[in-house]
Design a protein around this ligand. Structure first.
Ligand SMILES: Nc1nc2c(c(=O)[nH]1)N[C@H]1C(S)=C(S)[C@@H](COP(=O)(O)O)O[C@H]1N2
Ligand SMILES: [Mo]
Length: 400
């Protein structure tokens, strides 16, 4: 089998934040890549998903059967890495352990395939009480285990209203290799770590998945756990991340930049917002330029759905822009249909996951439209060059 990249150097990259919010549905090529091992090139005719464990009969389905023998369902849902915004946690709070994601480890896709429930029911569930549905991809080794895996409660897997699907398509086309061709799990409202790509095994079982990434990673450790040794003593005490919290970020303009006003003296601010868990859609995004004393509603420029993100923009009036100075900050915060409001601050955790403090830009200089932005940028502001994420590579830290 052809493998691209490797266990030592998997593909991890994110798009620049302004590009990310150009579209409600993220083009496949813009969408971030997150891998713990190489990308396997699989054959759709030969790839088999096996359903086993506590089932009446073990079944093996090819990806073609998944497309032809089951009703196909479509869902628009955001996929987000639990480590999205880790850079902000590390720089605003304290050093963390993991890939230095900025704001781009998230995308919003239109996913299509059979319902997980329908596939499980073909095998027939033979377990009562609390149980789990575990998922795996045994196609390649990964950084910390022999296979990539995870699990969700069986009750969620069997709840058609939660729209867990075995996706064969993204945005109206077969998945590409990066995002899991020929089939990946899509579990709206759940952290990206559980959306197993190139899935080949579904197991109904009593315990959670025993995989490294379910048991010893992707957990919000308490703040007192600040070393690898303490983490080792804590992993089994802390629940695995399932849903992600309500969130929003400013994607443009950026911190540490000279920013030009619009012709009419206003300032265009924009970004994305995400609902918590199943509590979407996002119902409101607000912007503040006075450290939260006053908030102004941003315009949501798309029609967000239960598990999608919302794209928003705010045209800051001239009088408000006039009051900004070098010490000013611009903040954003989101609210979802479930009433969850993004908090001003977020606790530090060792793995730097689930960061959701207010979106913020700071350390900028506002100049008139057509102003001397380029010249001033050359004059070396505090951190000239700015933090715009380009091709993010995994830094040499343990367990990314
Ligand atoms: N087989 C497999 N599935 C996987 C992963 C992986 O490394 N291998 N990474 C997970 C993580 S941590 C995330 S955030 C998403 C990223 O999906 P993407 O690469 O399509 O953006 O896939 C998840 N599924
Ligand atoms: Mo992730």
């Amino acid at each position: 089998m052809l493998l691209e990249y490797s266990v030592e150097e998997p593909l991890n990259r994110e798009p620049p934040a302004p590009e990310l919010v150009e579209n409600f549905i993220t083009p496949e090529k813009v969408a971030y890549d997150r891998n713990h091992g190489p990308l396997p090139h699989l054959d759709i005719e030969k790839h088999i998903v096996r359903v086993d464990g506590a089932v009446k009969q073990i079944i093996e389905l090819t990806a073609i059967q998944l497309r032809e023998e089951f009703e196909q369902h479509e869902v628009v849902a955001a996929l987000q890495c639990a480590g999205n915004r880790r850079h902000t946690m590390r720089t605003e709070l304290k050093e963390v352990n993991g890939i230095d994601w900025f704001e781009g480890a998230v995308m919003n896709g239109r996913w299509k395939g059979p319902l997980l429930k329908d596939v499980l029911e073909r095998a027939g569930i033979e377990i009562e009480g609390e149980a789990n549905c575990a998922f795996a991809c045994y196609q390649t080794d990964v950084q910390d285990d022999r296979y990539y895996g995870g699990s969700i409660p069986l009750s969620r897997a069997l709840d058609a209203s939660k729209m867990a699907i075995l996706a064969l398509e993204l945005n109206g086309k077969p998945l590409n290799i990066n995002h899991g061709f020929p089939v990946r799990l899509v579990i709206p409202g759940i952290a990206g770590a559980r959306w197993i790509k190139w899935i080949d095994r579904i197991t109904v079982q009593r315990p959670e998945s025993n995989n490294f990434y379910q048991q010893r990673d992707y957990k919000i450790l308490p703040p007192e756990v600040d070393t690898k040794e303490k983490a080792v003593a804590h992993w089994h005490l802390v629940p695995s991340i399932e849903g992600m919290p309500v969130n929003s970020v400013i994607c443009y303009p950026a911190s540490d930049q000279v920013i030009e006003r619009e012709e009419d003296g206003t300032l265009l601010v924009g970004g994305y917002a995400l609902p918590a868990n199943d509590d979407g859609p996002v119902t409101r995004v607000e912007v503040s330029s006075d450290m939260g004393k006053t908030w102004n509603d941003a315009e949501i420029t798309c029609e967000p759905t239960q598990w999608s993100w919302a794209i928003w923009k705010y045209k800051m009036p001239k009088e408000q822009v006039d009051k900004l100075d070098k010490g000013s900050r611009i903040w954003c915060r989101a609210t979802d249909k479930g009433g969850n409001v993004q908090p001003e601050k977020c606790n530090w955790n060792w793995r730097g996951v689930a960061y959701n403090a207010y979106g913020e830009i700071k350390n900028f200089v506002i100049v008139p439209h057509g102003g001397v932005a380029e010249e001033l940028n050359k004059l070396n502001l505090d951190s000239a060059g700015g933090p715009t994420p380009k091709e993010t590579e995994a830094p040499a830290v343990a367990s990314a």
